[in-house]
Design a binder for this molecule. Structure first.
Ligand SMILES: C[S@@+](CC[C@H](N)C(=O)[O-])C[C@H]1O[C@@H](n2cnc3c(N)ncnc32)[C@H](O)[C@@H]1O
Length: 206
């Protein structure tokens, strides 16, 4: 079978997909990307507008977009292929599982979380991504001096996440981060049109 018939979606482009079937062991990023460069992760990446912009702008860095919905993950993969972005990979998986089980110790430079699902009802708070256990797992995966960046329109979740971060001594607030250099994302555009307030916070790993 000709190569193009076996993988019609990819054509001659490098494959941006990481397998959602891989549940163990952690990845070796230099093998995944074929080079040793800083690795950043965008969790709940949506349609990948932000990850695509970062990968285009910073070709010297590697990016992984993690998204649980297949339709959205596929849009990210198409963006990587269309733009021949060899420094952008996409994984359809649950974010917390990915950080805990598929990221080796001190293997990430930064984690970005933009507009995470807020789960506003108290009885659903356990579903929130940014809770103590996640900060602890993320502290294992991120290098010393690396960072975690949160952008959200949900004030209550924003305050809740800060309290959860305080329970994990590995993270200290990075008061110098304003987020002004950050590219936009699909939900950022959406919420800007609605005139919603945006809350941003970064933490630095000790
Ligand atoms: C409100 S959207 C924000 C998307 C994007 N970050 C943006 O700023 O446009 C939240 C996204 O996170 C994804 N998501 C929610 N929980 C997730 C989880 N536990 N693991 C992976 N993706 C998740 C959703 O499917 C959705 O695409």
């Amino acid at each position: 079978m000709p190569k193009s018939a076996a993988k019609p979606f990819l054509g001659e482009s490098p494959d941006p997909w990481l397998s959602s079937q891989r549940l163990y062991p952690p990845y070796v990023w230099s093998e995944v990307f074929g080079r040793s460069s800083p690795v950043e992760v965008d969790l709940g990446a949506g349609d990948g507008v932000y990850a695509e912009a970062r990968a285009k702008r910073e070709s010297d860095r590697n990016f992984i977009a993690v998204e649980r919905l297949l339709g959205r993950a596929t849009k990210i993969a198409k963006k990587a292929i269309r733009n021949q972005l060899t420094n952008l990979k996409v994984l359809r998986l649950e974010s917390a599982y990915f950080i805990k089980n598929l990221c080796a110790k001190s293997s990430l430079d930064a984690i970005t979380v933009r507009y995470p699902d807020p789960w506003p009802k108290r009885r659903h708070h356990a579903n929130r991504l940014l809770q103590k256990e996640f900060f602890e797992d993320a502290a294992q995966a991120v290098i010393s001096g690396g960072c975690m960046k949160l952008t959200t329109d949900d004030r209550e979740y924003f305050e809740w996440a800060q309290k959860e971060a305080e329970k994990c001594s590995a993270w200290v607030p990075d008061l110098s981060w304003t987020g002004v250099d950050e590219p936009t994302s699909e939900f950022e555009e959406l919420f800007a049109k609605e005139g919603r307030e945006v809350y941003r916070k970064a933490w630095r790993k000790r």
